[in-house]
Structures are given as structure tokens and as C-alpha cells.
Design a protein around this ligand. Structure first.
Ligand code: SF4
Ligand code: SF4
Length: 451
């Protein structure tokens, strides 16, 4: 192991509690671990990383660039947490280590610069939109097709190649949020909720928020969408940038509590819950109490949209409006959907049955399950941009598994997974959010990306 040092005294205590002690080295976590799956080395497995942290804490090794690399290969998918029979909190381990990986000397300077640039753009929709606006004629053009076909994009380096490959065709809604701040319920009133748009989701797949809004309204909810809302901080959180995470999180909470485009005497109305249709964001927002302090977090609960709708139940009139999707209403020819579980939903929030239950409300829809439920697709925040080789391998494995189901469409409830899977499907199948399927079935919304 690299980084051996002379002193054996315990000088690097990472945890207040002994969160790693329950590890019995059984290896049950290894088959579910995405990084171990593609790299095959113990140092790139949960068990290996736990061993490494214990060695650092015992003063047997020190965290240097070589060891840091083995933590950078972790996707933070938390599949190992779900698989562990001993209740080891690997999630706490990786969250504690990540801020240290950002320190000087832990990464190649080019890699650091690339990460900094991404973090200066992705959480800021205005900046992201400015760049996308400049690229709008390129996206979906024959020039783009030609560059991809002849592999010319490779000339710009692996990371720019990865960014280019994830870029979807851009539509008008990618460049502006056109939602009113207050959107009344369309059925009998059942409550008022706030909707977080997600910074990447609103630019790269704006139809998801349009469909989510339509489904909520049709189920009796008034939806408040503060115009000034920014990023929830998830991208920074996944990178261990705690100062940025806290700043972005606090600003988002303030946008929902005290919108700065309204006077104090005319605030947006109070909401019962904050909802989000991107699981990476939901995972971070649910941790605001710990990250921002309870005094700074939302005063109402945060729910993933599937969790919320399942808890409240779909309204009778909405259920009655649902029509079969696809060309056939013959039950011997169901509309087959492969549902992909995003890691921050299934492992991070323990939500897996709710999206399936909602989809099953659509007549004649059949969910096809993949063999490797809960194994990461390689998206993992910005992982597919900063670790493109590993992410590509994982993307190919996931797409092969999804295709094997024979389903005619894929459904994913996280924007990062959607972009990663679309990229590796290479247009052979469509990937849509469960809210898009529900909205289309209810005749609320004619999604161009599903036609
Ligand atoms: S983390 Fe859990 S599953 Fe993995 S080796 Fe340790 S005890 Fe076993
Ligand atoms: S978080 Fe995911 S990639 Fe990281 S060690 Fe656990 S299973 Fe492996």
C-alpha cells in the first residue's frame, strides 16, 4: 500500500463514533459495488476503502494522491450500504473523506481545474443556459452527428468527449422556466406544495417538470414554483464541497420561504411540503437538517414526487382518466416498461416500490425488471464526466441489462441516470421519467420526447 509513514500513532480520526467497526470483512458488498465491478481491485471496493480508512486512522498510511484516487473511483451510490448485513455506514465514510480529496496535491491539477469549472457552471442555471445557448445550433445538428460518427470528438480529450456525448437535443424550454409561480389545482383542492425544478433537469430535460406539474395539479395540488429558485447543492455535496453546498442549500430554502421577487407584505403562500422529481437532489435536500442545521432547513417535509403521490394516493378522477400507452390495448400485448432505480432513490432514500406502484396504475402497462437492480449506471453526479472510463463501462453494462428485459421504453426518475442511459442506448430506446408516462396516460401532456 502506498503512503506508508513511520509514525504509527493515531493522528487522523475521521469519525466521532466507530462507524466502521461493525465491518466483518464478509465481502457481501462487493458484487453490488459499481467501482469494484469495473476495476476489480480490493482498494476500489467498499471493504478495501474501509480498511484504508482504518489504516489512516491508525497512522499506518497517510492520505496521498494514490490513495485519494481509490476514493475518487467510488461513485457514492450506496449500494454497499443496502447490501451490508452488519450495518456499516459507508455513506458516512465517503462523505467524510470527500472534502479531503479536494485538498491541494490529492489530484492532478488538470482534473482539479476541470472539476472547478463544472462546479462553476452546473449548479447555476443562468450560466449553464448561456453555454447551452451558444451550443443550440450544434446540438442535434448534422455536424454533431458527423463528429460523433467519425469519432472526431475524441480529439478534444476524454472529458470533453464525455460532456458532448451527454448533451441532449435542446428545446425552447431548456432556456427558460416558463412556469407561473402559483399553479392552481385542477381537481378538488387537496393541499399546496412547492416544486424544486433541479438545475440540470430544468435545462437538459424540461419536460419532466412540465409533466410533474400537470400530474400534481390533476391530483388536486396547488403548486408553488418560486421563480428565483437555484440549485439545491447536490452537485457540490456529492463532491464534498461543503461550503458551497451550505450556501446553495440556504439560498434555496430562502427562495421557498421568502421569495425575493415579492414584497414582505405579499409573500408566496405557505406550502405543506417541498417536492422534487430528481432523486439526486432529493437525497441532498433530505439531509439539509444535518448539512445546514435545523434552524436553516425547510420548515415543511421534503418528498420525492413518487413518495409523495403514493403517500397521498392518486385522485379517483385522475385514475379514471388514465388510458393505455402504446399502440395496443390488448392485455396479451402489454406496454412494457423497464424501470431503472436511481441509486440516490433506492439506496439513498429507500424508495423503490412507490414509482412502480404509480406506473402500475396505467392500464395495460407491465414493468419489466432488470437482473441487476440497484447496481449503478455510472452517472453518479459528475462521475461520468470526471471518471469517464469507469462510467462508460458501467453505462454499457446497465444498458445491456435494460435491453435484455425486452421492454419498449425505459423509465428513470433521475436526470443524471436518464442522460447516462440515453447516451449508451444511442437512441435505440427512449428513456422518460415516470411522471411523463403518467401525464401522457392521463392525456395531460403530449410529450415530444415520447413520440
Ligand atoms: S462493509 Fe458490510 S458487507 Fe462489506 S465487507 Fe464490511 S461487513 Fe461485509
Ligand atoms: S458507494 Fe457504490 S461505488 Fe462506492 S463503495 Fe459503495 S457500492 Fe462501491
Amino acid at each position: 500500500m502506498d503512503g506508508k509513514r513511520e509514525s504509527s500513532s493515531a493522528t487522523n480520526k475521521y469519525f466521532d463514533s466507530d462507524v466502521l467497526d461493525p465491518c466483518i470483512h464478509c465481502g457481501f458488498c462487493l458484487p453490488t459495488c459499481a467501482s469494484y465491478r469495473v476495476l476489480g481491485t480490493e482498494m476500489d471496493s467498499p471493504r478495501g476503502r474501509i480498511h484504508t480508512v482504518k489504516a489512516i486512522e491508525n497512522g499506518e498510511v497517510q492520505l496521498d494522491a494514490t490513495i485519494a484516487h481509490h476514493f475518487d473511483t467510488c461513485l457514492g451510490c450506496f449500494a454497499c450500504v443496502s447490501a451490508c448485513p452488519s450495518g456499516v455506514h459507508y455513506d458516512e465514510l465517503i462523505e467524510s473523506i470527500r472534502p479531503k480529496l479536494n485538498e491541494v496535491g490529492m489530484r492532478d491539477p488538470c482534473q482539479n481545474l476541470f472539476r472547478k469549472l463544472l462546479l462553476q457552471v452546473l449548479p447555476y442555471p443562468k450560466r449553464l443556459r448561456t453555454i447551452l445557448f451558444a451550443l443550440r445550433n450544434y446540438s442535434g445538428s448534422s455536424f454533431q452527428k458527423m463528429l460523433r460518427e467519425f469519432g472526431l470528438i475524441k480529439l478534444f480529450g476524454k472529458q470533453l468527449e464525455a460532456m458532448e456525448a451527454l448533451m441532449p437535443p435542446l428545446i425552447e424550454a431548456s432556456f427558460a422556466d416558463s412556469f407561473p409561480e402559483i399553479n392552481p389545482s385542477k381537481g378538488p383542492y387537496r393541499g399546496r406544495v412547492g416544486l424544486v425544478l433541479g438545475c440540470v433537469q430544468r435545462c437538459f430535460d424540461p419536460e419532466v417538470n412540465q409533466a410533474t406539474l400537470a400530474v400534481l395539479q390533476a391530483n388536486g395540488f396547488e403548486v408553488v414554483i418560486p421563480r428565483q429558485q437555484g440549485c439545491c447543492g447536490a452537485v457540490a455535496h456529492h463532491q464534498g464541497l461543503m461550503k458551497e453546498t451550505i450556501e446553495l442549500g440556504k439560498t434555496l430554502v430562502e427562495n421557498f420561504g421568502k421569495p425575493d421577487n415579492q414584497s414582505e407584505s405579499d409573500p408566496l403562500p405557505a406550502i405543506d411540503a417541498v417536492l422534487i422529481a430528481a432523486s439526486g437532489c432529493g437525497h441532498t435536500m433530505k439531509a439539509y437538517g444535518k448539512l445546514l442545521g435545523v434552524e436553516n432547513t425547510f420548515k415543511v417535509p421534503v418528498f420525492d414526487i413518487h413518495e409523495f403521490l403514493t403517500k397521498k394516493g392518486l385522485q379517483k378522477s385522475f385514475l379514471e382518466s388514465l388510458q393505455p400507452l402504446g399502440d395496443s390495448i390488448d392485455i396479451s400485448e402489454p406496454y412494457e416498461v423497464a424501470y431503472h432505480d436511481p441509486c440516490h432513490m433506492i439506496h439513498g432514500q429507500k424508495i423503490s416500490q412507490q414509482p412502480r406502484k404509480l406506473l402500475e396504475a396505467i392500464p395495460n402497462l407491465l414493468i419489466r425488471e432488470v437482473e441487476e437492480i440497484g447496481v449503478c449506471c455510472g452517472s453518479a453526479g459528475i462521475y461520468n464526466l470526471v471518471q469517464p472510463n469507469e462510467a462508460n463501462e458501467l453505462g454499457k453494462i446497465k444498458v445491456k441489462d435494460l435491453k435484455k428485459t425486452g421492454a419498449s421504453i425505459i423509465s428513470s426518475a433521475n436526470i443524471g441516470c436518464t442522460l447516462q442511459i440515453r447516451r449508451h442506448l444511442n437512441n435505440s430506446l427512449k428513456v422518460v421519467h415516470p411522471m411523463q408516462l403518467l401525464a401522457k396516460s392521463a392525456g395531460l401532456y403530449n410529450s415530444p420526447s415520447m413520440n
